[in-house]
Design a protein around this ligand. Structure first.
Ligand code: NAD
Ligand code: ZN
Length: 343
């Protein structure tokens, strides 16, 4: 089969022939139809410091996908050929304290497809049956292909109550945009989204935000005053990984405010902890998705009118992966998809 492989410890990727994965007794083999490119894939493509520490070539990369079941192992009852599925990209150990307690997203021994084991940028992927999600018929393939990052957005956006609350989202990348749509759907009052990139802020406007803020030109505090907010944001979702974004979010929270941290900083960030203490803030790290409560929430929100499809801005045949990666990396695109049904 064809797969997009990090072939050597150097920048770049290769579309090459690799064996179709073996299907263990508890596994499901999926014919991949559509995949999404994530920032993680760009890091692996570019072979930056993080990628060098995390990935051992040769490895098939990619983790955002939708596809069709083509074969199942002998222990598998819940999936049959023809089912439309996506995969939860985090494989958990099943034996640690958190796994045993049903808190699988907190597993201390998580493996990741496309990073520590073969990924989804391929014609086929094999996964344990416990890692598959059946898609509702009403969900379009393109949206199904990005359930992984959509799940990051939902996990962060719904970890604190947002009904009637004022929500600040720092970072209007694909995940920040989807999170804006989710908190709007979930009943937030003001949804304020910041970025340093005007194109990203323009894209965010499609998701019903109250106000976008280009933090190279405006201060969040001034926007609070403009909106008649007296006491600060109740909830913030940090979705940039940027130091200045986190520091400005901390300064704009209401007492008792809650901050979900999803963005991944590349360096240590020093913050004024007295703000956290005296303003009694809650900071919570968010990684991945809850298995499978987040997947359920995504499905039912789509069924009840949430539309995240504007986040998808580009589609390419998988053979044009170089152009697709360049598009995803230039900061102007939203979500970029690769089609694996073309030859
Ligand atoms: P992205 O890089 O496309 O978006 C980040 C956005 O933040 C960009 O638009 C950038 O211009 C903006 N930004 C930079 N500096 C800013 C500032 N000072 N203020 C406001 N915005 C600023 O990334 P994405 O795919 O949308 O993902 C968002 C973040 O979440 C990334 O840091 C990514 O690594 C991280 N992530 C975390 C998880 C997890 O499980 N915790 C999963 C996926 C992605
Ligand atoms: Zn575990």
């Amino acid at each position: 089969m064809r797969a997009l492989v990090k072939a050597a410890a150097a920048p770049g990727l290769e579309l090459r022939e690799v064996p179709v994965p073996e299907v263990g007794i508890n596994d499901v083999l999926v014919r991949v139809t559509m995949t999404g490119i994530c920032g993680t894939d760009l890091h692996i493509h570019d072979w930056d410091e993080w990628a060098q520490g995390a990935v051992t070539p040769p490895l098939t990369i990619g983790h955002e996908f939708v596809g069709e079941v083509v074969e199942v192992g002998e222990n598998v009852n819940d999936f049959v050929p023809g089912d439309r599925v996506s995969g939860e990209g985090h494989l958990v150990c099943g034996r640690c304290r958190n796994c045993m307690a049903g808190r699988r997203h907190l597993c201390a021994a998580t493996e990741s497809i496309g990073v520590t084991r073969p990924g989804a940028f391929a014609e086929y992927i094999a996964l344990p049956m416990t890692n598959l999600w059946h898609h509702d018929d009403g969900i379009p393939d393109e949206v199904a292909a990005i359930f992984d990052p959509f799940g990051n957005a939902v996990h962060a956006a719904l970890c604190f109550r947002v009904l009637g609350e004022d929500v600040l989202i720092t970072g209007a990348g694909p995940i920040g945009q989807m999170a804006a749509a989710v908190v709007r759907h979930a009943g937030a009052r003001h949804v304020v989204v910041t970025d340093v990139n005007p194109q990203r802020l323009d894209q965010a406007k499609a998701f019903g935000v109250t106000r976008t803020v280009d933090v190279t030109r405006e201060r969040i505090a001034d926007v609070q005053a403009e909106l008649g907010m007296a006491e600060g944001f109740d909830v913030a979702l940090e979705m940039s990984g940027d130091e200045a974004a986190l520091i400005e979010a901390l300064e704009n929270m209401a007492h008792g405010g809650r901050i979900a941290l999803l963005g991944i900083p590349t360096e240590r960030i020093a913050i004024d902890w007295t703000t956290v203490v005296f303003n009694m803030l809650t900071l919570r790290g968010i990684f991945g998705r809850e298995m499978y409560e987040t997947w359920y929430a995504m499905t039912v929100m789509l069924q009840s009118g949430l539309d995240i499809s504007p986040v998808i801005t580009h589609r390419f045949p998988h053979t044009d992966f170089e152009e697709a990666f360049a598009t995803a990396g230039d900061g102007r695109a939203g979500k970029v998809l690769l089609d694996w049904t073309t030859s």
